[in-house]
Design a protein around this ligand. Structure first.
Ligand SMILES: Cc1cc2nc3c(=O)[nH]c(=O)nc-3n(C[C@H](O)[C@H](O)[C@H](O)COP(=O)(O)OP(=O)(O)OC[C@H]3O[C@@H](n4cnc5c(N)ncnc54)[C@H](O)[C@@H]3O)c2cc1C
Length: 936
């Protein structure tokens, strides 16, 4: 028989009553904060974990029968407060089917619709109805329906007996609810409603479609649609991340001690209360750093542990190290720090400007003559663009483990960083040892988006100091809130502009000041600001440009790299300028954009010549393919007809420079081992963070080695296999690591080819595995290191107004959005993104001819072997066919077989360009069109 359980733990007392009477008694004995009722624990756990609320007693509600009732009477539903949402969901489905059109069926449907989007199955399996609606601070998805349905709450207590409170009276202002300190919510009663006149709001289900071009016929693997190397592991939850590394014997756990002041001097640190926590081992601070406590990605303007001054809330002051994670977190909260507040506390860009609080000097970039540009302009406009920060929100929070070896002062670090090489260097500097004693490893990381560079390094340095001090493995697993507090964000910007332009919308001059909120230290804010300044033109020619940029030093955690490294802020500013100018001239922004597009061969404001410039064509094609002009009209019609819901439709182009500003970063290495069973172990300098980098590297290795993809494995990234690797960022990791992999594999393949050429013919048909085995017995080196240095890289030099990217990615997108102007609710109705077919990039239309005398047009792009043909068949069911220079079909709209000739029209088949019906004399397209007109 189930009986009451009472368990006294080291921190909390646990009760599990099995009857309502026992429950009411317990709550009567321990009312209010003396105990906490708990069912699914999804809210209570958040309170204890993130809000650091400690409850002395927990009372479990899971065994009380009265709370589990789920009943449908003639006039109402009765839901027990301890019914899980999964049970509620399945019962509602059953009732809905049984009730057909009875009263109450709408409530069933409304609740089912709401539950469909509630958390996840795992959450619905444990969450109780009572837990969802009882907490005044939770935002409850069930409350609105219960309120609308005039629900009654059935509350029990020893003092007040049974009370039935209307739901609408239960919810009170300022997040308060009317439940007494000793009351238990037992059930919710929902009376069946009278007939309703409300109309259901519906919107169609979202859907998408993607067309990907076929890979060139000469590539066997690269460009093919390969399964992500970790696809099954990711989707089954089996993929191992840093925090999944099994605990080593003797492992200690660390928790950060962070500043709670924005800007202050540390007067005194008292660890006595923390040291009394069971399992406490040590408090680690700046005095424990063996060599250098200074730190920084470019400029060393931070401290690993604050020694005297804290610059922001979240500055790392120390580490508490304990035998368990729970003890470490608890003890870290008991460290008492006395501060002397300092002034001024600067948080915003405007405050920094008024206090002249900056990092580094002003950056400048200019082209042309601004005065002439404004002098020639018919109009000038000025404005300000403000853009806030953004949290990276990687799925895996930062985590690291440092394992010291007592032999020769070696240290192995497992870290969720995207920049192992700099992590290794930073730890070596702090510990005062050579880099060859520090090995850093990472198997995969759960997203980074730029946030796991320098910010992950400082954490790993702190943990390494603790591990070396204590001579034991130490691991730090960051809670989400701590991670967000410490690691900085995307930089907020204030961008002031003045633009000069003619009456037709053509730009003549642009003067911009970019203010970046860098937070309390440099980190990589300077190259980010440079990137912003190099992208302010987006795809437009402003002719005379003067840009200035400044980093504002504020008392915020140091802001850091975040997707696209400063470009989004300036692209937003650029497009805002376009909209501003268009509104001023009463022109369609489309016209202003078109009028100012760069042309092939133009120079950007930093002196780079635009080659393979496809943006204007992408734009034209997208206007056409997205049916933009017609849809613009229907958006206008919609907006005329609807007072509160409004639609917007916009089309934008973009270019993004690929490559690092520092020449030295444009390099990569790879190490390839082929084992004698034919399996290949591939290592390169890039980190896998879900983006599929390892999968791409495997495809390159398979292509070059000429073996199956499944013979190749990437185990991890580590500093002892590929040294001095550039961080995985800047959208260039596939390019540079891919080249290094290729160069390594080419060496091995060449050794195998020499063997094939030198040996007898029998080798020619050997399988990959047998060939490798044979090579092994012939004592051929089956291992190679590849190194790639991008040839066209050079240092960005703002003093000379000079920068150079390897190339620009180019794209165009059209988006239609609907906004509810009353609630702010919005929906993305449709997006069209156009990526150019790579076969046609930078290829000019060389010729356009009619094939034979049929209605077939052959458009030839490029010349000789690089040529491609786009064949348009204008008869029967139209077809469009893309071929290479030999008329081998690469892609087509419809596969078919010609019944009369048995000719097949499919990928890799030859298009019968020569066997189409030939005329006596070749006729021109013009004549075809004329003939067509005459015939019709
Ligand atoms: C990942 C995740 C996703 C979520 N998604 C959603 C969502 O989509 N929509 C949404 O609305 N919410 C969502 N939530 C919040 C969630 O619904 C609430 O945390 C949950 O409803 C609480 O139910 P529980 O049974 O876990 O309550 P518990 O955490 O056990 O308790 C919550 C509170 O209710 C009190 N309590 C519980 N039962 C009773 C009772 N019978 N009488 C008196 N007091 C009681 C407890 O003392 C406590 O104060 C989500 C939470 C998580 C963690």
């Amino acid at each position: 028989m189930t009986s009451v359980i009472n368990y006294l733990g080291s921190f909390i007392e646990w009760y599990r009553p099995v009857s309502l009477a026992e429950l009411l008694n317990l709550r009567h004995t321990y009312p209010g904060n003396a105990s906490k009722l708990v069912f699914g624990n999804t809210r209570v756990q958040i309170e204890t974990k993130y809000q650091q609320i400690e409850y002395p007693r927990l009372i479990s509600l899971t065994f009380i029968d009265e709370l589990k009732q789920l009943e449908r009477t003639k006039h109402s539903f009765i839901f027990g407060a301890g019914v899980t949402l999964t049970r509620l969901q399945s019962t509602l489905i059953l009732w809905k089917n049984q009730m057909a059109s009875d009263a109450g069926v709408d409530i069933c449907q409304a609740l089912l619709d709401q539950l469909k989007h509630f958390g996840s199955t795992q959450i619905r399996n444990v969450v109780s109805i009572g837990g969802n609606i009882i907490n005044p601070l939770s935002t409850s998805d069930l409350s609105p329906i219960f309120q609308a349905a005039d629900a009654l709450l059935e509350l029990h207590s020893i003092n007040s007996g049974v009370r039935r409170v209307p739901f609408r009276d239960y919810l009170m202002p300022h997040h308060c609810v009317s439940i007494k300190d000793d009351e238990i919510l037992v059930a919710i009663h929902i009376p069946f409603p009278q007939a309703s006149s409300a109309n259901a709001y519906r919107r169609p289900v979202s859907h998408g479609q993607q067309s990907i071009p076929e890979r060139p016929i000469n590539q066997k693997v690269v460009g093919s649609s390969l399964l992500h190397q970790s696809a099954y592991l990711h989707t089954t939850g089996e993929a191992k991340y840093t925090n999944d590394i099994p605990q080593l014997q003797n492992t200690l756990h660390a928790a950060l001690v962070l500043s709670k002041q924005s800007y202050a001097r540390i007067k005194h640190i008292d660890i006595s209360a923390a040291s009394n926590v069971p399992g406490f081992v040590s408090y680690v601070s700046h005095t424990d750093v063996p060599s250098r406590n200074d730190f920084g990605a470019v400029v060393h303007d931070e401290e690993v542990f604050a020694s005297s001054i804290v610059q922001c809330v979240g500055t790392i002051i120390g580490l508490v190290v304990c035998e368990s994670e729970r003890s470490a977190q608890m003890a870290s909260r008991l460290i008492q720090i006395d501060y002397e507040p300092l002034t001024p506390i600067i948080l915003t860009i405007d405050e920094a400007i008024s206090h002249k609080s900056f990092l580094g000097n002003e950056l400048q970039l200019q082209r042309g003559d601004l005065a002439t540009g404004f002098g020639n302009a018919d109009n000038t406009l000025e404005g300000v663009v403000l853009i806030g920060g953004q949290e990276h929100f990687y799925l895996e929070t930062n985590c690291c483990m440092a394992v010291p070896s007592n032999d020769n002062g070696e240290l192995t670090l497992y870290s969720s960083t995207q920049d192992l090489s700099n992590l290794q260097a930073a730890v070596a500097v702090a510990l005062g040892v050579d880099a060859n004693r520090i090995t850093c490893r990472v198997k995969r990381i759960g997203g980074a988006f730029g946030g796991k560079g320098p910010r992950a390094e400082i954490l790993a340095v702190a943990v390494s100091v603790a591990a070396v001090k204590l001579g034991r493995p130490v691991r730090l697993n960051m809670e989400r809130d701590t991670d967000m507090c410490v690691t900085g964000q995307r930089h907020p910007y204030k961008i002031e502009y003045k633009v000069g332009f003619m009456n037709d919308g053509q730009f003549t001059a642009l003067d911009v000041y970019l203010w970046s909120n860098a937070g309390c230290s440099f980190d990589v804010s300077m190259p980010i600001l440079q990137t912003s300044m190099l992208h302010i033109d987006n795809t437009y020619q402003f002719h005379n440009v003067h840009l200035r940029g400044r980093l504002c030093k504020t008392n915020l955690p140091s802001n850091t790299a975040c997707r696209s490294f400063g470009a989004p802020q300036s692209l937003l500013a650029c497009e805002t300028i376009i909209e501003h100018v268009a509104a001023h001239l009463n022109l369609d922004p489309l016209v202003v954009r078109c009028r100012n597009f760069y042309k092939e061969g133009d120079l950007t404001h930093f002196g780079q010549k635009l080659e393979r410039w496809n943006v204007p064509r992408l734009f034209d094609e997208l206007v056409e393919s997205s049916d933009f002009i017609r849809r613009q009209k229907s958006v206008d019609d919609f907006n005329r007809m609807n007072a509160y819901r409004k639609r917007g439709l916009s089309i934008l182009t973009t270019k993004r420079g690929v490559g690092y500003h520092f020449k030295s970063l444009n390099q990569a290495g790879a190490l390839v081992h082929v084992y004698k069973d034919g399996s290949v172990l591939l290592t390169h300098g890039g980190t896998e963070m879900g983006q599929g980098l390892h999968t791409k590297m495997v495809s390159i290795a398979a292509e070059v080695l000429d073996c199956d993809v499944d013979r190749i494995h990437v185990s991890e990234t580590s500093t002892d296999t590929v040294p001095n690797a550039t961080k995985t960022s800047a959208s260039i990791s596939s390019d540079i690591n891919g080249m290094a992999v290729r160069l390594a594999c080419e060496q091995i393949r060449e050794r195998l080819n020499i063997l094939l050429r030198s040996d007898n013919d029998q080798l020619q048909n050997l399988s990959w595995d047998d060939l490798v085995k044979h090579a092994y017995y012939k004592r051929i080196d089956l291992s190679a290191h590849g190194f790639y240095a991008a040839p066209d890289a050079f240092n960005t030099d703002f003093g000379q107004n000079r920068a150079n990217y390897h190339y620009f990615t180019q794209g165009a997108a059209a988006a239609e959005v609907e906004l509810d102007t009353l609630t702010g609710d919005w929906h993305l109705l449709r997006v069209d993104i156009l990526m150019l077919r790579k076969h046609f990039i930078a290829r000019r239309l060389k010729s356009m001819k009619q094939l034979g005398i049929g209605r077939i047009i052959d458009l030839e792009f490029g010349s000789s072997e690089a040529a491609h043909h786009l064949i348009v068949e204008l008869y029967d069911k139209d077809n469009i066919i893309l071929t290479d220079s030999n008329y081998i079909i690469l892609s087509l709209i419809r596969k078919r077989t010609d019944v009369a000739t048995d000719e097949r029209f499919g990928i890799n088949e030859t298009y019968p360009a020569n066997s189409v019906k030939q005329p006596k004399d070749l006729i021109s397209l013009k004549n075809v069109v004329l003939n067509e007109n005459n015939t019709n």
